[in-house]
Write a protein that binds this ligand. Structure first.
Ligand SMILES: [Zn+2]
Length: 287
């Protein structure tokens, strides 16, 4: 099997990874279906990297249509231990300006059409999610922003909404009253599934606009967002290279053993088919 140590999931505006060399595209089948696109495996800054376009190349999938389970399982199957996720977000605070990057450390779930777990079908597990992103990867991303002179803010709350429409003004103001920082449509499911798959995960959220809350300003249009997205993509490419270079070789965080004590189902009650399906994730705890 092809192996990669670092996964990059590219969002709106980042459909390929500049600088990735010796690339090989592989179509991966998972027990949960097909990922959004082929995985592009290659070398970046001397590290083995797997890149996936979250919405598919050509941006074909709505947030609600993304098979998050297949995407994360595919990363697990090629050996990825750390994921740097990239996504376009709206800002919910004046101080987070378009073209700023935010590295969130919390999420609020406002989705309702998605399956966000690998478990079920006869196995129950509850992973801890109080700290939903990997502190090591988050710090690596924020440090890489500093190094590349891109504004990269440490910490913050990401509201994950269903979409595909943007927020109403009432919703936007509600999220602001909750103290949330940015709003997007995809990253929470990835964070949950990465934790279940014991993959370190953090997000580089690139601000494209002020959502619709900001009084005295026009509502956000798709054209405005696209222009900022191009600049964000250029910044993302250089920050990602710096981050990939700096990801520590060894994993010392708790992400790698996240489901050690999470499985509640009696081992002998887990159906054989479920056991086989989830072997890449839970096999080491069932043998
Ligand atoms: Zn970690």
């Amino acid at each position: 099997m092809h192996q990669a140590e670092i996964g990059i999931i590219g969002g709106s505006g980042l459909y390929s990874m500049p600088g990735l060399t010796d690339t090989q595209e592989i179509a991966i089948q998972t027990p949960f279906g097909e990922p959004s696109d082929k995985l592009v495996l290659g070398e970046l800054e001397g590290r083995n990297v797997a890149f996936l376009a979250r919405h598919g190349r050509g941006h074909r999938l709505l947030p609600s249509e993304i098979n998050f389970r297949a995407n994360l399982f595919a990363m697990k199957l090629v050996g990825v231990g750390r994921i740097i996720s990239v996504s376009a977000v709206g800002s919910l605070k004046e101080e987070h300006k378009p073209t700023d990057f935010v590295v969130p450390d919390q999420f609020i779930d406002r989705t309702f059409l998605r399956t966000s777990t690998f478990f079920g079908d006869g196995i129950v597990a509850h992973v801890a999610f109080g700290d939903p992103v990997c502190g090591v990867v988050a710090k690596t991303i924020a440090d890489a922003c500093d190094q590349e002179s891109v504004v990269g803010k440490r910490g913050g709350t990401y509201v994950c909404m269903e979409g595909p429409q943007f927020s109403t003004r009432a919703e936007s103001n509600l999220y602001r009253s909750w103290g949330a920082d940015v709003i997007g449509m995809t990253n929470l499911q990835e964070a949950k599934l990465a934790r279940e798959a014991e993959i370190c995960y953090a997000t580089m959220a690139m601000v494209t606009d002020y959502d619709c809350w900001r009084a005295g300003h026009d509502d956000v249009t798709v054209d405005q967002i696209v222009a900022v997205m191009h600049q964000n993509a250029a910044n993302a490419a250089k920050v990602l290279r710096a981050a990939v270079r700096a990801v520590p070789a060894e994993r010392t965080c708790a992400c790698a053993s996240a489901i050690q004590h999470a499985i509640l189902t009696s081992r002998d009650a887990i159906p054989a088919a479920t056991r086989a399906k989830l072997d890449p994730i839970i096999g080491k705890y069932l043998s």
